[in-house]
Design a binder for this molecule. Structure first.
Ligand code: ADP
Ligand code: GLC
Length: 490
């Protein structure tokens, strides 16, 4: 099967969150299953051409693409996804992608991804290569299925090409003013109140993606159900309900070649479920590095997160005094909204020796925290899948999570199961989105920590879980087949 994978971020080239982890791993797993996969992503100025061996494609040369009535020229660079044969195609257009950051709040943010989506199709035309499926991800690629069916409909090359649209987060929809219609050259017939492109008097990339794709999925089974409700649908639950027969949930995997303490290249000490002594050494190393005192009996709680409402920072704020009074240490890595960054900064000032905060992005520290922490906290308001709790399970770092989306599908409460006579729990979970339940659940984990044999059992249960991409890739293959059949029957 021939697959084109389109994403605004791909690890290790560019990353702001889990989307990059997914698009850097799933194509490899698909290729191992025999698919021919080509990834497309923008060539941001932050991408190190030499390090990754990017090569300019002279045969493709210049691709003129009109956006907002101006003809821009796009170019193509190529490289291989590390440790694989998967081809990565970088769309190069410095006017749009040399901005110092992956996403911007510039007034032409819509134009950046209009150009990107059109450039994918223009490149495929020049390759004369028709994929069976174009797999789009998140709002940045939401207009592509419409372009394929309308603007590029004249090209017989794409006649049998189906589309799959993966929603990684309903909270980011790509809503722009109606000037986008002109910039993208979308026929005005598609824009009317309640029409396929319109949402709240704006042009919605996400709604367009949902309505013009053959099949839609999101990144866990629970979130696929949740987004059909007003609480989680972010205004598009009605649109999703219209397409609920074509909506699926496939849990993300973990790329264990990168995220496994047995061979994680960022760790000073390796370990596995056979011998956890390396974990304690990593804890010591991490605490020394953070200039926090080491005490084996005091649990170290880690957070690695975008600091936004989605991730539960408002209930962390409400519970912060009580949390700080627990007999635990904290290491918090992340960035985002200044109100939350400031809260975390102030906690580290007020509780030196107890809290260490790193405000920013640091991949190496993220790996060290996964290995060195005892508990991992992820109290999300909603979580389409979440990757850090999956990594935490493998690292023997017991997750404390709110029971929502992918968190509900991957972490099972120790005490709840124990009360049913089942000792297979992997963490601590809570339902109510409140500071109080967050606090009592963290407290429950801190109070369980000294019981070494129970703790060890919980760690082992998690470490033995397997969330491999191979399993998820097989499910994606089935969806691709469904999408192809649908297209052929139209
Ligand atoms: P989301 O995509 O919603 O941010 P996920 O849990 O799916 O959440 O993925 C987050 C990814 O980004 C993980 O790989 C995590 O380690 C990484 N990450 C998040 N914040 C930081 C940070 N400040 N520094 C380094 N890595 C980070
Ligand atoms: C989004 C979601 C996160 C998910 C990631 C990758 O950023 O917030 O839950 O794991 O995408 O699918």
């Amino acid at each position: 099967m021939k697959i084109v994978f389109v994403s605004s971020e791909v690890f290790p080239f560019s990353k702001t969150g889990g989307l990059a982890d997914v698009t850097g791993a799933l194509p490899k797993a698909l290729s191992s299953l025999g698919c021919e996969v080509k990834i497309f992503t923008p060539k941001y100025s932050s991408i190190d051409e030499d390090k990754f061996g990017l090569k300019y494609n002279w045969k493709i040369g210049e691709m003129p693409i009109r956006v907002n009535s101006i003809i821009r020229s796009a170019h193509l660079h190529q490289a291989l996804l590390p440790d694989s044969n998967v081809e990565v195609n970088f769309i190069d257009c410095p006017h749009y992608f040399f901005r110092g950051q992956i996403y911007t709040e510039h007034p032409d943010e819509d134009e950046r991804f209009i150009l990107f989506s059109k450039a994918v199709l223009e490149t495929l035309q020049r390759f004369n290569w028709a994929p069976d499926v174009i797999h789009c991800n998140d709002w940045q690629t939401g207009l592509l299925p419409l372009f394929l069916r309308d603007n590029y409909n004249w090209d017989k090359l794409f006649e049998n090409t189906a589309t799959l649209y993966t929603i990684h987060n309903m909270g980011y929809q790509g809503k722009f003013s109606t000037s986008t219609l002109l910039s993208a050259e979308i026929r005005s017939g598609f824009y009317f109140p309640g029409g396929p492109v319109e949402f709240e008097d704006s042009v919605s990339f996400m709604k367009t993606g949902i309505l013009f794709s053959d099949i839609i999925n999101t990144v866990s089974k629970t979130y696929a159900q949740e987004i059909l409700t007003p609480e989680y649908g972010a205004g598009l639950d009605g649109v999703l309900r219209e397409r609920k027969d074509d909506l699926y949930g496939i849990l993300n995997g973990a790329d264990y070649s990168t995220w496994d303490p047995a061979h994680d290249k960022h760790l000073p000490y390796h370990y596995s479920s056979n011998d956890l002594s390396g974990k304690l050494k990593n804890k010591k190393f991490l605490l020394e590095h953070l200039k926090l005192p080491f005490a084996e009996d005091i649990p170290l709680i880690g957070i690695i997160s975008r600091m936004v409402h989605q991730k539960g920072f408002d209930i962390v704020t409400g519970a912060s005094t009580d949390l700080m009074n627990l007999d635990a240490q904290w290491v918090i890595l992340g960035n985002g909204l200044s109100e939350f960054e400031n809260l975390i900064r102030s906690l580290s000032k007020k509780y030196p020796g107890k809290v260490s905060a790193y405000i920013g992005y640091n991949n190496e520290l993220a790996h060290l925290i996964e290995a060195g922490a005892d508990i991992f906290l992820m109290p999300s308001k909603y979580e389409p899948c979440g990757l850090n709790q999956i990594y935490s399970l493998r690292y023997g770092t017991v997750p404390v999570v709110r029971k929502t989306g992918g968190l509900a599908d991957t972490v099972h409460d120790w005490h709840h199961l124990k009360s049913l006579g089942d000792e297979s729990g992997t963490g601590f979970t809570f339902d109510d989105y409140s500071s109080y339940t967050l606090y009592t659940t963290v407290k429950r984990s801190v109070e369980t920590f000294p019981d070494k044999s129970t703790w060890h059992k919980i760690q082992m249960n998690g470490m033995k879980k397997e969330y491999s991409w191979e399993t998820s890739a097989k499910e994606y293959l089935k969806l691709y087949q469904k999408a192809v059949e649908k297209r052929r029957n139209i």
